[in-house]
Design a protein around this ligand. Structure first.
Ligand code: ADP
Ligand code: MG
Length: 249
């Protein structure tokens, strides 16, 4: 039976999350709940904890206080790591493709190794995903033979190959030449419209205004604003958000 959206189980529940690097307190009590299908854009000054926060959500960086539950899986130390990483796909600023593998093999590697999908099935699915991100014809090339925008689209296809329930993006267009930013944002917009739950660290305001349901504004390891794109860009409530926007707009 279909439930009304408000009654859906949240897919991410972070409560009072803390993270230290040595004596440095990088996350200072971050709480947020994300519903299935929500698109959440995370913005804030450099060093405010945006990357650290999204890395705690798939346990790339373990948190050291508070609790995180992803798709009903509690993140606790080394437990549940494989389970949660199957649920959460991640795309980085620097693509992080395997340079010695073809595009096709980059996309089939995890499904064949981790999910034990047959090679033929993984290849068919990889080609479907490469078509979805618009680069099916590059399947036999190596990452270094592709443009940055194409490499980032391979990275998105690779993450999707694991059928994640959540996709995390950390400044996916920051390393790209301007003419390649749109092709990556277009793929992300299509993904958002398909109903994928997404957390996206980006300062691309056009993307945020077009597809984000919420904006989280980070400052000094805390979420100081959690609101709609419209409210955030037209009337930020906090002085630090106003100062930040005046610098990037
Ligand atoms: P943002 O993504 O918002 O720019 P980060 O989450 O990368 O910020 O970093 C938040 C703070 O934590 C910064 O001051 C950064 O120097 C520090 N930090 C991040 N990762 C590490 C690490 N591995 N070791 C030590 N300090 C770190
Ligand atoms: Mg960062």
């Amino acid at each position: 039976m279909t439930q009304p959206a408000s009654a859906a189980e949240p897919i991410i529940v972070a409560q009072d999350v803390h993270k230290h690097f040595g004596s440095f307190h990088a996350l200072r009590g971050v709480s947020v709940t994300v519903q299935p299908g929500e698109v959440v854009v995370v913005i804030g000054p450099s060093g405010s904890g945006k990357s650290t926060f999204i890395r705690t959500l798939n346990a790339l960086d373990p948190h050291d206080g508070g609790s995180i539950v992803v798709d009903s899986i509690p993140l606790q130390g080394a437990r549940n790591l494989d389970a949660v990483r199957r649920e959460v796909g991640m795309v980085f600023q620097s693509f992080n493709l395997f340079p010695h593998l073809t595009v096709l093999d980059n996309v089939t590697l995890a499904p064949t190794r981790v999910r034990r999908t047959s090679r033929a099935e993984a290849q068919q699915r990889a080609l479907d995903l490469l078509r979805r991100v618009g680069i099916e014809e590059q399947a036999g090339k190596f990452p270094a033979q592709l443009s940055g925008g194409q490499q980032q689209r391979v990275a998105i296809a690779r993450a999707l190959a694991m059928d994640p329930r959540v996709m995390l993006f950390d400044e996916p267009t920051s390393a790209l030449d301007p003419e390649m930013i749109k092709e990556v944002l277009d793929v992300m917009k299509e993904l958002a419209r398909s109903g994928m739950t997404m957390l996206v660290v980006t300062h691309e305001m056009g993307f945020a205004r077009e597809v984000a349901d919420r904006i989280l504004f980070f400052d000094a390891g805390q979420i100081v604003e959690d609101t709609t794109p419209e409210a955030f860009y037209t009337n930020p409530q906090h002085e630090r958000a106003r100062v930040f926007l005046s610098k990037i707009l």
